[in-house]
Design a protein around this ligand. Structure first.
Ligand code: ATP
Length: 317
């Protein structure tokens, strides 16, 4: 049975009247890749900064490897690497100099330094760029170097705030392959993302909404909480259909997916039966329909838009 390496208990942060993070309690097991999802402003970065000892919690507490993230923050610092949204590489220093700088800051023993840096350069595919100033690297390479710098002291936990934001699909895949390797080697990864396909790649996912944790479970478990049937329609003209369906009573929302429309409704079967009896939009042709398997995007939409009637939330709280 795996043991928690990160534990949050009632963790809260307020800024004046604004409660950025509200009574957050959860545990993350060693080796997990925990994906932290939420809209802009949901409180993800604030949570991560509290866990990194950079922001003082207003209430509650959290531990990493049993050390309190605020009270023991200087000792806990060696337990994690942190790649911030706007990470702080030194643009005038070369790739090698950046790695050496971070290794020095984290007191990596000098006799281990050479081998460790070579390994990271290999992992990040940056060997040929070792003498290039960080400021001249492409965005993707800069992000890989930032990850390398966060790993240089071999921490058991890695915090990554939107590490793939702005990356092309090839670099995104490369970043995820690295995260799998790290997780395979027992490193716990806490990662925020806005990409739903990345949420699918995590071992656990947490949904944060206005500072509150709505659900936490493996992706499969979250999808299983989607209790309503998900109707997918082909209709033309598709944008007209989207607008009209959104206005229809009983429809909570409609999204466009690969040219088809996904209809969010707790009573999709009744709606479909009515439409099959009489289609109410003469200017729109209904071509086909099917029942779809919800994916993470559907689940996230339902949680974040408050489509509670479509969810069995008790299962993941
Ligand atoms: P994003 O996806 O855009 O990065 P987020 O989920 O990381 O968003 P946070 O950056 O944690 O969200 O912000 C949560 C809320 O706290 C926001 O309303 C933000 O404006 C507020 N906030 C964050 N830091 C401060 C601060 N230092 N002072 C006041 N308010 C703050």
């Amino acid at each position: 049975m795996s043991e928690p390496i990160i534990a949050l208990s009632g963790l809260t942060k307020t800024y004046g009247d604004l409660c950025a993070v509200r009574d957050l309690s959860l545990q993350i097991n060693r080796g997990d890749i925990f994906g932290f999802l939420g809209a802009n402003g949901a409180g993800k970065t604030t949570t991560m900064r509290m866990l990194c000892g950079l922001v003082r919690p207003t209430a509650g507490s959290a531990t990493i490897a049993n050390g309190d993230v605020w009270r023991d923050r200087y000792a806990v610092r060696s337990k994690f690497g942190y790649m911030a949204q706007k990470f702080s590489l030194y643009p005038d220093l070369t790739v090698l100099e950046n790695l050496r700088f971070f290794a020095g800051a984290y007191r990596v023993p000098p006799n281990e330094l050479g081998e460790r840096i070579e390994r990271i350069l290999g992992q990040m595919d940056l060997k040929e760029k070792r003498d290039t100033p960080a400021g001249s690297l492409s965005g993707g390479m800069r992000q890989l170097l930032a990850l390398g710098c966060a790993l240089v002291h071999e921490p058991p936990v890695l915090f990554l705030d939107e590490p793939t934001s702005g990356l092309d699909p090839v670099h995104r895949q490369q970043m995820w392959d690295l995260l799998y390797d790290l997780s395979h080697n027992g490193i716990t990864v806490f990662v925020t993302t806005h990409y739903m396909d990345e949420a699918e790649r995590c071992t656990e996912v947490g949904f944060l909404h206005e500072g509150r944790l709505l659900a936490k479970a493996p992706p499969r478990g979250l999808k299983a909480t989607f209790k309503a049937k998900l109707l997918e329609l082909d209709a033309r003209p598709v944008m007209d259909a989207l607008v009209r369906l959104r206005e229809t009573e009983g429809v909570l929302g409609v999204s466009l997916r690969s040219g088809s429309l996904r209809v969010y409704s707790p009573a999709a079967e009744d709606l479909l039966a009515g439409w099959q009896r009489q289609w109410p939009f003469p200017e729109i042709s209904l071509l086909d329909h099917r029942w779809a398997e919800p994916d993470m995007e559907d689940v996230f939409t339902a949680y974040s838009q408050g489509y509670d009637a479509m969810l069995n939330q008790e299962a993941v709280q």
